[in-house]
Design a protein around this ligand. Structure first.
Ligand code: FAD
Ligand code: DLZ
Ligand code: SF4
Length: 518
C-alpha cells in the first residue's frame, strides 16, 4: 500500500513531519516544479534559482536517505503546471492508498491541500509543521482573551516554553530584552565578517540556464549567484555566523553602511524558511555561545528574539488573521510604487543602496527593508498590497506567511496597528544616525525645504499631518505631533508644499508587474 508524500519547495528538510514514522519502502515522495508556483508573483531570478536548485539537491539527499523520489521538472513536457495537477498525475503513476503532506505555508496552497481528499477520493493526512515552536493551537491559546497581541509577551512565553536563556525560571541576565544596547551605528571595520560564497555546481548552473531562458522578464540578476543550495552548505554558513558574526550581531543590528550588504547579520533566513536549517537548533547553538562566554548576552538575546519571537509571532498573526488580511489598507493608500523600485536608480542614496543591493542579490537586512524601503513607501502613501507583492517577489526568503505580516502589518500599518503600535516612519535624521548614506547623498539631511532638502523630511511631517485624525491620539506619536505643533503656520505650509511638489514629480509607477503580465 503506497503512501504518496508531496514535498513542497519550502519543505526541504529530512526531518519534515510528513516523512516521520513512514517506511521509505512503502512511500513515494513527490516533488514538483510547477509554473503556478514560479509565477504567482514575478519572483526575483535569484529566488527562482535558489528554490529550484535547492529542491533538486534535496531530491538527491532524500534518495541518499533511502526514499523513492518522483521528481517532476519544470521542463517536463507533461507537466500540468500546478500542485493539484501533478498530484493527480502522480496518482495515475503510483496508485497510492493515501496521501500524507505537511501543512502548507500560505492560505493559497493550504486551500489546494484541503481540496485533495474530495477531489481524489483518497484519505489525505495533513501533518502540522513541526519546524515551528508554536503550533497554531499554541498561538491561539496565547492570543486568547488578550486585548493586544504584543510580540514582547509572546516572545517571553516562547522563552519559557523552550527554556532558552532561562536560569531557574528567570531570564538570563535578569532582563528579557537587551534591545536598548543594540542600536549602535557601525564602524567601517576591515575585519567585518562576510558570508561564505558557494560556487554554483552543475545542478545550479543548469537551473540558472533554465531561469535565464524561461523567466527573462523577472527582476534581478544571476551573474553573482553564490547562495548555498544544500543543507550541508547552509550549515557551513550557520557555523560561520555563530563563530564570527554573532558576538557583534546585537551592537550593529540596526546599522547600515554603503556597500556593506551583510554587516553582522546571519543571512540564514532563506535557508531556515526553505527547511535547510532548523531555527530551534540555531537558537540553542546561539545560547551555547553565550554560556561558553564566546558571545555577549545582548547579541545572543537579540538573535534569539528574532528567531523564536518575531519569526514565530508573525506566523501566528498570518494564520490567525485569515486570507483577507492581505486586503487591509487602514490608511487608504493607493499610490503605485515608483518604477525605480525595480532598478534602484534614484538619487536618494539610501534607497539606491538598499534597492540596488536587493536587485543584485535578492537580500537586504531588516532595517534596510523597514526604515529605508518600507519607510519611503509608507511616506509616499503606496498601496500596501502592491508593496506586499514587491517584497514577496524580490526577497530570497519571502513566503507569504512571513513576508505579509512584516510588510503589510509592521512596515505599512495596513492592519491599523495590530502588529506595530505605531507606523514605522521616520525623517532623514534616523537614517543619518544609523548609516553613512546621507554623507554621500546629493540631498541635505538637515534641510526640510528647498531644492536640496532630504525628501524624507517633508514627507515625514506631511504624513503625520495627512493622517492626523487617525494618528494624533497614538501615545507613541505624541512627541512628533508636539514638534509639529510648535512649528509656525508658514513653516508647516512650506513643508506641506515641499511634500506635495515632491509627490507630484515622483515617477508615477510603471505598473511593472502588470506590464509583464502578472
Ligand atoms: P538576522 O538579522 O540575522 O536575524 C536572525 C533571524 O531572525 C533571521 O534569519 C530570521 O529568520 C529571523 N527574523 C528576524 N526578524 C524577523 C521578522 N521581522 N520576521 C520574521 N523573522 C525574522 N523575513 C523573512 O524571513 N522573509 C520575508 O519575506 C521577510 N520580509 C520582510 C519584509 C519587511 C518589510 C520587513 C521589515 C522584514 C521582513 N523580514 C522577512 C524580516 C527580516 O528582515 C529578515 O528575516 C532578515 O532581514 C533576514 O536576514 P538575516 O537572516 O540576516 O536576519
Ligand atoms: C516559491 C516556489 C517556487 C518559485 N517554485 C516552486 C516550485 O516549482 N515547486 C514547489 O514545490 N515550490 C515552489 N516554491 C515554493 C512554494 O511556493 C511554497 O512551498 C508554497 O508557497 C507553500 O508555502
Ligand atoms: Fe536618504 Fe535623505 Fe539621507 Fe539622502 S539625505 S541618504 S535621501 S535620508
Amino acid at each position: 500500500m503506497t503512501i504518496l508524500i508531496p514535498v513542497l519547495g519550502d519543505q526541504l528538510s529530512l526531518s519534515l513531519a510528513s516523512l516521520q514514522g513512514v517506511d521509505p519502502g512503502a512511500a513515494v515522495v513527490l516533488m514538483m516544479e510547477v509554473a503556478e508556483e514560479t509565477r504567482y508573483v514575478r519572483h526575483h531570478k535569484t529566488k527562482l534559482v535558489y528554490i529550484l536548485s535547492a529542491m533538486r539537491h534535496h531530491a538527491e539527499a532524500l534518495r541518499a536517505a533511502g526514499w523513492r523520489v518522483d521528481y517532476v521538472a519544470l521542463d517536463d513536457p507533461e507537466n500540468s503546471g500546478s500542485f493539484t495537477g501533478e498530484v493527480a498525475r502522480a496518482i495515475q503513476r503510483h496508485d497510492p492508498a493515501s496521501i500524507r503532506v505537511t501543512e502548507a505555508g500560505e492560505w493559497r496552497v493550504a486551500a489546494m491541500l484541503d481540496s485533495w481528499q474530495t477531489l481524489f477520493g483518497l484519505p489525505v493526512e495533513i501533518c502540522a509543521d513541526t519546524r515551528f515552536i508554536a503550533s497554531h493551537a499554541v498561538f491561539a491559546e496565547w492570543a486568547e482573551g488578550r486585548r493586544s497581541l504584543t510580540m514582547e509577551f509572546f516572545y517571553r512565553a516562547m522563552r519559557v516554553r523552550t527554556g532558552l536563556l532561562m536560569d531557574k525560571g528567570k531570564p538570563a541576565g535578569g532582563r528579557w530584552n537587551f534591545d536598548a544596547e543594540n542600536r549602535k551605528p557601525a564602524p567601517r571595520d576591515l575585519l567585518m565578517p562576510r558570508p561564505l560564497a558557494f560556487a554554483p555546481d552543475a545542478i545550479t548552473r543548469a537551473v540558472i540556464a533554465l531561469v535565464e531562458r524561461r523567466f527573462a522578464n523577472h527582476p534581478g540578476r544571476l551573474d553573482g549567484f553564490d547562495y548555498a543550495v544544500t543543507a550541508a552548505d547552509a550549515e557551513r554558513q550557520a557555523a560561520a555566523f555563530l563563530a564570527n558574526a554573532l558576538p557583534q550581531f546585537g551592537d550593529y543590528e540596526d546599522a547600515m553602511l554603503i556597500g556593506e550588504r551583510f554587516l553582522w547579520h546571519s543571512i540564514l533566513s532563506p535557508y531556515i524558511n526553505a527547511g535547510l536549517l532548523d531555527p530551534l537548533d540555531l537558537a540553542r547553538r546561539a545560547e551555547a555561545e553565550y554560556r561558553a562566554g564566546r558571545a555577549p548576552l545582548n547579541a545572543v538575546e537579540g538573535y534569539i528574539r528574532q528567531l523564536i519571537g518575531w519569526r514565530e509571532y508573525v506566523r501566528g498573526i498570518y494564520w490567525r488573521e485569515g486570507p483577507d488580511y492581505v486586503e487591509r489598507n487602514a490608511l487608504h493608500h493607493t499610490r503605485a510604487l515608483p518604477g525605480w523600485y525595480w532598478t534602484g536608480e534614484t538619487d536618494m542614496r539610501c534607497l539606491a543602496e538598499a534597492i540596488g543591493q536587493t536587485i543584485a542579490t535578492a537580500h537586504a537586512h531588516h532595517i534596510q527593508r523597514l526604515m529605508v524601503i518600507g519607510n519611503f513607501a509608507l511616506l509616499i502613501g503606496a498601496d500596501p498590497k502592491q508593496v506586499h507583492r514587491w517584497y514577496l517577489e524580490i526577497y530570497l526568503d519571502a513566503y507569504e506567511w512571513v513576508e505579509l505580516p512584516n510588510t503589510l502589518g509592521m512596515s505599512q500599518f495596513g492592519d491599523g496597528g495590530l502588529l506595530g503600535s505605531k507606523p514605522y516612519v521616520s525623517s532623514g535624521a534616523y537614517i543619518n544616525r544609523m548609516s553613512d548614506y546621507c554623507r554621500h547623498c546629493r540631498y541635505d539631511v538637515s534641510a526640510r525645504t528647498g531644492p536640496d532638502a532630504c525628501p524624507f523630511n517633508a514627507l515625514y511631517w506631511d504624513f503625520l499631518a495627512r493622517h492626523e485624525t487617525r494618528l494624533r491620539s497614538n501615545r507613541r506619536l505624541a512627541m512628533p505631533y508636539r514638534t509639529w505643533d510648535r512649528m509656525d503656520a508658514p513653516s508647516q505650509a512650506a513643508i506641506r508644499d515641499q511634500a506635495a511638489d515632491f509627490l507630484a514629480r515622483l515617477d508615477p509607477g510603471t505598473a511593472e508587474d502588470e506590464a509583464a503580465g502578472y
